[in-house]
Design a protein around this ligand. Sequence first.
Ligand code: MG
Length: 192
Amino acid sequence: MTRIAVDIDGVLTDHVTYMLEFIRGTILKDVEMTKEDVDSWDTLIGGYSFKTIFEKCLEYDDFLRNMPVIEGAVEGVNRLVKEFHVIIVTARPASTAGETYNWLRKNGFQFHTLLVGNTVDRTLLNIDVLIDDNPHAITGFAMRGGLSIVYSQPWNMRLPPDADEYIEKRRIIRFREWSGITQFIYNRFLDT
Ligand SMILES: [Mg+2]
């Protein structure tokens, strides 16, 4: 059975828009940035890297609980679960596993496996397809022979130079919405 890994942050939840709102109400009140200003994990927000602030936010249970779901994501993942083995994967710290699982279930996501932790290298998983927003994961997985689906975000508009070859070979394919992703995977892997 075709195995598909799906990232969470930036793919199932619009974590950046939500994080910017969250920090304005809590830890960095003067920040006036929008999602479009965040074009990498190193983007500075109030003097701190995006990554540092996001990891800080993950320590708040209510931050994790209330993350907004990207439009079409639940329907998309649940459609994939019907035909494929679906592994939800996130580099959030392992300490967030419980809240992450609860968030997925509360929002109606179905899946076979959940992998949580920043020691998981998703490009090395035994999978056929990776749906991700991280430029390096997307490129690394395609280089190892997989099919990478890019969920389009401001921080992945430019991919590493190594990606060019795989974009040409259609092993890296970009989508702006979930409906296109599920349809593409159905067409590619099922005789419909
Ligand atoms: Mg992500």
